[in-house]
Every structure is written in structure tokens, then in C-alpha cells.
Ligand binder design. Structure first.
Ligand code: PLP
Length: 453
């Protein structure tokens, strides 16, 4: 039955449970949600936040272990970022991409400061998907080739080529572009290669990639596009040597290496870019999310000088009305500056090393449902299994119970397939990180006692 549209109050209403009810009913009347069958949704109402906490209109508070869609690296309502957006709004709220604008130039320069040597240009997009879309376009024009090789266990976005580069289920209903080829990337816990060690997984995954490139015809392959650390697919930190090996394969066949840092970049893994921990430099870097924590939508491509030179005399056939939108640019400059001043990236690394790594290892030892924990920085996955020997994932019903138990205890989780992703804002304190782990521990104990399968 269709929902009746509720009356919208014209004046600001007081905080209270009636606003939660109104938000929920307006949502059900008028909002069409991503990746969902619409009829049975009960979206969660959130009204405000600060730092690592969020709350609804009724005053229920949640510790955020999700960073929303793993984008709020700097936490909610950072005063300096909010002030920078206000200031830019007073100055100029919008300006076309073809103009030179000081805020835009400063945002690009700030990003370049954290890029490897040999990168000096940024192409701004509205988000991560169109960053990947334009990176693939650059690679195709730069090489004069067509195919893009990416991982099955990946997500690259929801635009035409980005969703075809995606490896997970979201690709299949959208497959219409040609030239996308997929490979298995390293995932030792569920190895495709019968590997027993990270070294074997690395070596065999590289051999598989090279064979696929050879069989596709190297002269047809424009790009290898990989998430430096596949995120939504399960936070699959590559074994040592894998990304460097991919770089070597790309070099051997004249292929452009695109590393997608949309989720892993800007502090999430404890370094500015995740690839820095893997002794590799790509040709193109895509980013979004953490670059300004999503305060105003933005993404982009960091372009190596060699690829940028292709377009010195030749037109780059791509553009967006809001490329380099000044409000997003002001948020980028303020976010990166605040991250530098406040040591946010170092905090993510320390929380990972000192709190999450040991805390999750203890959780894995204590909780029979935990099959594996893996990650780095504030980017961790807790993989839940019904049986540790067969590694059979827990059922969707058990995951539903886990999610409910976490929310009931005041933790906002990121739950995906049979995993809890432990992905709080990079600014989280050790105390809050420990509090979140204790909630997960307690929730798993309760779900196990209730008979998980
Ligand atoms: N690439 C990666 C690795 C992502 O995780 C995402 C989104 O989650 C995207 C690209 C797409 O970004 P957006 O949703 O901003 O288009």
C-alpha cells in the first residue's frame, strides 16, 4: 500500500520523538533508496552529530563505528571545516570549472602535497564513481587501448564504466559496457589459489593476473584498476609484494595502473594513501570520501605527469558542471589542513596498532563466531563464521541479529555480508575505540547465547 505523504511543518519544530516519526514517514513517502527493494525499508533516523557520536531527535546517542559509508574520516561537524564552508558560502557558492578560482587551486595544491613525486595535476569530480570513470577514460586515451582489468572482489562506483569495473554483485544487473575483464585478487582466508601462506597467495594471484593479461592480449589492455585495499569486499589488505608485482606486470605490458583510493585514502589505513604501505606508485590515483569527509560531495583523479602530458595538446573529452565546486573545495582545503594540524593520520595508525589490532585479536580468541580479523589503521573487518573449520559464513538472520544487538547497545556499525567492518572516524580516541570493541564483544556473546548459525 502506498504511504500517505505527511504534512511538513513550516516552522522549526522542537526536538522530540515526533520528529523521528516525521523523518521516518517523510522518508517512506518520498525517498527512493539505493540498492534496495523499496517496500519493506525501515531507515534509521539520525539528526545530528559531533566527533564520533551521532544522535536522533529523541536523544538516543550512538558511537559511530561506520563513518557512514566509510567517508567521515575527520568526524562529524569539525568546526574548522564547517567554518570554511560558511566562509566560502558568503564569498561565492558556485563557479564554472573552466574559470581559475583561488579556493579550487588551493584545494588541488593541498592534495598534490600528499601525492608521490611526479604528480602535479588534479581533475575534480563529484564523487568516487566519476573519478574512476574519468581515470579509465584517461587510461584508454593515453594507451589507445580499450580493456580494463579489475578485481571480482571490488567496488568502483555506480556510473557506466565504474559499475562494469566493479567485481561484486552490483555489476551484473548493469552490465552493458564492453572491455571489462575481472581477476581474483588476494584473499588468503578464502583463497582461490589453494594457497597456505601470504607468500603463496601473492605469487599465485600475480601469476593469475599476468596470465589473464596475456590471454586477453596485452596490446588491448589499457588499465589495471584495483582498490589499494579492497574495502566493501571485506578489507582485504594485499600481502606484501602484491601491489608492487602488479606494478611490474603493468610496466611489462605498457598498461596504466589506476589505484582506487576512494575508501582507503586520506588516512583510513594510517597513511595518507594506502598504497604508500606497499612500495608502489600508480599512474592514476582516484579519491573521494575522506578528501573532505563528505561534508560537500567531491572526488577526483590525481594524474601522473606522464599521463597528464597526453592531454597537453590533445583535448581531454570529459567534464562536469560541478567539477571543483567551491564549497567542496573549501571543505577539502580545511579538511586536509585540519588533518595535518591535528595529526589525524598518525592517530588512525596508532589506534590501529595499539587498540584495534590487539583488541580484535583478543575478540577473535574469545568469540567462537569470529573466523578472522584483518585490517590496518581504522580499516578492519571481523569475519563471522558458523563453523571455524569449514569457514561457512553465518546466515543473514544471524547478521541481522548482530546488527540489532550492536544498535541496541549504542553502536552504529557497518555490516556487510557476514562481516562487521570496524571503520570509525580516524579521529577516534583510544577510550572510544575500546568502548566500541567492548560493545561488539558483548553483542557477539548475546547473539551466540541466542543460538547463532
Ligand atoms: N571506489 C570505492 C573503493 C568505493 O568504496 C566507492 C564507494 O563506496 C566508490 C569508488 C564510489 O564512490 P561514490 O559512491 O562516491 O561514487
Amino acid at each position: 500500500m502506498p504511504h500517505a505523504a505527511p504534512a511538513v511543518p513550516t516552522a522549526a519544530a522542537p526536538t522530540g520523538p515526533e520528529l523521528d516519526a516525521l523523518a521516518a514517514s517523510l522518508d517512506r513517502a518520498h525517498l527512493f533508496h539505493s540498492w534496495s527493494a523499496q517496500a519493506h525499508l525501515t531507515p534509521f533516523v539520525l539528526a545530528g552529530g559531533a566527533g564520533c557520536e551521532l544522535w536522533d531527535h529523541s536523544g538516543h546517542r550512538y558511537l559511530d563505528f561506520s563513518s557512514q559509508l566509510v567517508n567521515v574520516n575527520i568526524g562529524y561537524q569539525h568546526p574548522k571545516v564547517v567554518a570554511a564552508i560558511h566562509e566560502q558560502a558568503d564569498l561565492l557558492t558556485t563557479i564554472a570549472p573552466a574559470t581559475a578560482n583561488l579556493t579550487r587551486g588551493r584545494a588541488a595544491a593541498k592534495i598534490v602535497e600528499h601525492a608521490p613525486a611526479g604528480f602535479s595535476k588534479v581533475f575534480f569530480t563529484n564523487a568516487g564513481a566519476d573519478a574512476n570513470e574519468n581515470a579509465m577514460r584517461m587510461a584508454r586515451l593515453h594507451t589507445g587501448r580499450d580493456k580494463v582489468v579489475s578485481g571480482y572482489r571490488s567496488y568502483h562506483g555506480n556510473t557506466g564504466a565504474a559499475v562494469n569495473a566493479t567485481g561484486d554483485w552490483r555489476r551484473m544487473p548493469n552490465e552493458y559496457a564492453r572491455g571489462h575483464v575481472h581477476v581474483f585478487t588476494p584473499y588468503l582466508y578464502r583463497t582461490e589459489f589453494w594457497a597456505r601462506s601470504p607468500e603463496e597467495e601473492c605469487e599465485r594471484a600475480l601469476q593469475h593476473l599476468e596470465r589473464v593479461v596475456q590471454c586477453e592480449g596485452p596490446e588491448t589492455v589499457a588499465a589495471i584498476l584495483l582498490e589499494s585495499v579492497p574495502g566493501t569486499a571485506g578489507i582485504l589488505v594485499p600481502p606484501p609484494g602484491y601491489l608492487a608485482g602488479v606494478r611490474a606486470i603493468a610496466d611489462r605490458y605498457g598498461i596504466v595502473l589506476i589505484l582506487d583510493e576512494v575508501m582507503a585514502g586520506f588516512g583510513r589505513t594510517g597513511s595518507w594513501f594506502a598504497f604508500e604501505q606497499h612500495d608502489v606508485v600508480p599512474d592514476l590515483i582516484t579519491f573521494a570520501k575522506g578528501v573532505n569527509s563528505g561534508y560537500v560531495p567531491a572526488g577526483g583523479v590525481l594524474i601522473s605527469d606522464a599521463v597528464a602530458a597526453t592531454f597537453d595538446e590533445r583535448v581531454f573529452p570529459g567534464g562536469l558542471t560541478y567539477s571543483g565546486h567551491p564549497l567542496a573545495m573549501a571543505a577539502i582545503e580545511a579538511t586536509i589542513t585540519a588533518m595535518e594540524d591535528e595529526g589525524v593520520v598518525a592517530n588512525a595508525a596508532a589506534i590501529g596498532a595499539d587498540v584495534l589490532a590487539p583488541g580484535l585479536a583478543e575478540l577473535a580468541a574469545r568469540q567462537p563466531l569470529v573466523g578472522e580479523v584483518r585490517g590496518t589503521g581504522v580499516f578492519w573487518a571481523v569475519e563471522l563464521v558458523a563453523d571455524r573449520d569449514s569457514r561457512r559464513p553465518v546466515s543473514p538472520a544471524t547478521m541481522g541479529a548482530v546488527k540489532r544487538a550492536l544498535l541496541d547497545r549504542g553502536l552504529l556499525p557497518f555490516v556487510s555480508d557476514n562481516r562487521i567492518h570496524v571503520v570509525p572516524p580516524c579521529v577516534i580516541s583510544p577510550e572510544d575505540a575500546r568502548r566500541g570493541l567492548a560493545i561488539i564483544d558483548d553483542a557477539l556473546t548475546a547473539v551466540t547465547a541466542g543460538g547463532a548459525a
